[in-house]
Design a protein around this ligand. Structure first.
Ligand SMILES: Cc1cc2nc3c(=O)[nH]c(=O)nc-3n(C[C@H](O)[C@H](O)[C@H](O)COP(=O)(O)O)c2cc1C
Length: 184
């Protein structure tokens, strides 16, 4: 698949299941992530791969985070939260670990680089025939979740990328270009 096709046919999958990317395919996908543009060669991205049962690390942390934020959460609420990790056989947590480079490489540039890395992961998965979903939500900003994943509180989770085989494809949407593009 050429790069324009990978970009222009990208859509979030509606449903994902096995087969998941093999280890060799995962490595290809993550190497693509590491090819993102990166001011100062800081490689601010971190990819934490949760395959199969390892997704429970995130599921348990999401339960703990919800309990801490909302002590009145019912068992059903907690199970609904945990069940999010069942959305796909593999989850890649993409995080930004930024460093202080003053005005030369502001933090936002480092975070944007990790956004680009996340999109590369998405596109590489698409090119290899896999579906993906990019999610965040409360858990992405929660210190309990970050610590459970081995991250530090100041690290930023840019996305939970759910990966697998799309059993229901997403719809490729017409982009909203209205007033968004100007040739001066
Ligand atoms: C940084 C980021 C975070 C997102 N977080 C969520 C999320 O938590 N839940 C959600 O339903 N969609 C989330 N989305 C949007 C979806 O991933 C998706 O891109 C959107 O629904 C548009 O669908 P499409 O990817 O098929 O074009 C997020 C997108 C980005 C870029």
């Amino acid at each position: 698949m050429n790069v324009l096709d990978a970009i222009n046919t990208r859509a979030s999958a509606a449903k994902l299941d096995l087969p998941a990317p093999t280890r060799e395919q995962m490595e290809k996908i993550l190497v693509s992530g590491c090819h993102a543009p990166d001011h100062g060669k800081l490689a601010p991205w971190r990819f934490i791969v949760l395959e199969g049962d390892k997704r429970n690390i995130l599921g348990r942390a999401m339960i703990e985070a919800m309990k801490a934020a909302n002590p009145a959460a019912t068992d059903a609420d907690l199970e609904r939260e945990r069940a999010k990790v069942d959305r796909a056989p593999t989850i890649v947590v993409v995080a930004a670990k930024t460093v202080d480079k003053g005005d030369k490489i502001p933090q936002i540039e480092q975070v944007v680089a990790v956004g680009a890395a996340t999109q590369n992961v998405f596109l590489a998965a698409n090119a290899l025939g896999f579906g993906a979903m990019w999610k965040t939500g409360g858990p992405a900003y929660d210190p309990i979740v970050k610590r459970a994943l081995g991250l530090e509180v100041q690290d930023q989770i840019i996305g939970f990328v759910y990966l697998g085989t799309a059993t229901m494809a997403g719809q490729v949407k017409s982009p909203n270009m209205d007033g968004r593009i100007q040739f001066l």
